[in-house]
Design a binder for this molecule. Structure first.
Ligand code: GAL
Length: 457
């Protein structure tokens, strides 16, 4: 009697079936190879898998939160006054801009609700409260308007640079926009994007020299900083102007440390064109780009910087031609470039739009308003704010922080920050029936929340 040997049998089976299994084995090997290649690519793109907990918190951020604000009853006027000058109906924007509005505290909540990381915040720790006063680790309101954030892998810290506007608001000319004299560019550091330490003014205004670009009566807006791996320098670009916004130039400054001091180099009209609102974008391949509103804000221009990031090159493309957009903020997700812009209405809020492109130099396509939740007027005013930067969050694919300024033109130093979760990946609201081979963009969504926090520390 033969004793059945399971192992032998299976061995024989394999050997006998060798002819048929060979392609299967090769197939498996090929699959494993492709899998590890894809995994490597995925890991290289800095994306990781989300834990179930993170996924739940992520979907909480995508919940639509309503906002119920009503216009107050119009103030009583005498019949004679009403006859003399009939008043057009008040809008939410009028109320927003009116310091004595009953809604003032809705848009600009007072000191009592300030976000203060020094306090025991209990369950509110790490929560962003868009529009509230936000204090630094010394208890002072953060002054970093029109700013941007740099993650520095050397110090493993986030640095937030912006306009330090802690001075009196006034009008240089009767018809000119409200302004604060230039004080300088501030820098705040953080490990968690919530607790911010004031690192001081890293590029200061020039007090006496009237011919200097940084002279206090000029304009310095929207500073952005990137790091150059080749030179080791931190490079700051900013909008430099005179009080009438006719100089319309960009300025450049460099530093050895993220916390400055920055050494101001020069200003110029890039590619020979006027430039006002601007931003920088550093791509994965280390090439950095300058994007600026030009030709009296009619178009945007985009072009790569030179290797040191201290000048532009000759290459430049005009994009979003004739669309009158400003406050550009760029980011990239899974190989697609996205940009959020605002309309051009000075300090008054307006509707944000998202644009997308497969190549940073364009063509860029406008894909719509990204704002979700709040109510219609919130969505048509970018939640009563204007974008300035989009912060990529490594570790949570598809999640970004949209940074915006809620300007207070009556008292610019009291302008607030509106930080909200931005996600990429939902299908578009209106998916075209036929794409004609053109790319089908993912929806970029900015969700309104009264309070929210990141899905990890
Ligand atoms: C806005 C611009 C701000 C500032 C302001 C002055 O349109 O985005 O950065 O320049 O105008 O009126």
């Amino acid at each position: 009697m033969r004793v059945k040997n399971k192992f032998k049998e299976s061995f024989i089976l394999h050997c006998n079936a060798g002819g048929r299994l060979f392609p299967l084995v090769i197939g498996c090997l090929l699959f494993l190879h492709l899998f590890s290649f894809a995994h490597q690519r995925y890991a290289q793109s800095g994306e990781t898998h989300l834990s179930t907990n993170q996924r739940t918190q992520f979907s909480i951020l995508e919940r639509v939160e309503e906002e119920n604000i009503q216009l107050p009853q119009p103030r009583k006027r005498s019949t004679r006054a009403a006859k003399r000058k009939p008043k057009r109906p008040t809008t939410f924007i009028d109320e927003f801009l009116d310091e004595s509005s009953q809604l003032r505290n809705v848009f600009f909540p007072d000191q009592r609700t300030a976000v203060d990381s020094r306090k025991d915040n209990g369950n509110d720790t790490y929560y962003y409260h868009p529009g509230r006063i936000w204090l630094d680790t010394e208890g002072n309101p953060i002054q970093a308007h029109g700013g941007g954030i740099l993650y520095d892998s050397r110090t493993k810290m986030y640095y937030w640079y912006g306009e330090y506007k802690d001075g009196p608001t006034y009008h240089a000319h009767k018809k000119g926009a409200a302004r604060v004299d230039v004080i300088g560019v501030s820098c705040y550091s953080s490990k968690d994007l919530w607790t911010w330490k004031n690192e001081g003014i890293v590029l200061a205004a020039e007090e006496k020299n009237e011919t200097h670009d940084l002279y206090k009566l000029n304009v310095l807006e929207r500073p952005k900083v990137i790091h150059n791996e080749k030179t080791g320098k931190y490079v700051m670009w900013m909008h430099i102007d005179d009080a009438n916004y006719t100089k319309a130039s960009v300025g450049v400054a460099i530093s050895d440390l993220p916390t400055g001091p920055f050494n101001y180099l020069y200003s110029k009209r890039s590619h020979g064109y006027d430039s006002r609102d601007m931003t920088l974008f550093k791509d994965d391949d280390g090439v950095a780009y300058l994007i600026y509103s030009s030709e009296h804000n009619k178009d945007l221009h985009i072009g790569p910087l030179n290797e040191e990031y201290i000048d532009v090159t000759e290459s430049m493309r005009k994009i979003l031609i004739g669309q009158h957009r400003e406050a550009p903020a760029l980011f990239k997700h899974q190989g697609t470039y996205y940009m959020i812009t605002s309309g051009c209405t000075s300090w008054s809020p307006n509707e944000a739009l998202v644009h997308a492109s497969e190549s940073i130099m364009g063509p860029w396509e406008t894909i719509g308003n990204p704002c979700i939740g709040g109510n219609k007027i919130f969505r048509l005013t970018t939640f009563f704010a204007q974008g300035t930067f989009v912060v990529p969050l490594s570790g949570v694919p598809g999640l970004f922080i949209f940074m915006a300024d809620r300007w207070n033109p009556a008292d610019l130093k009291d302008s607030r920050y509106v930080w909200l979760p931005l996600t990429v990946g939902r299908p578009l609201d209106h998916r075209p029936e036929y794409s004609f081979g053109l790319p089908l963009w993912s929806r970029v969504s900015i969700y309104w929340h009264k309070k929210w926090r990141l899905p990890y520390r």
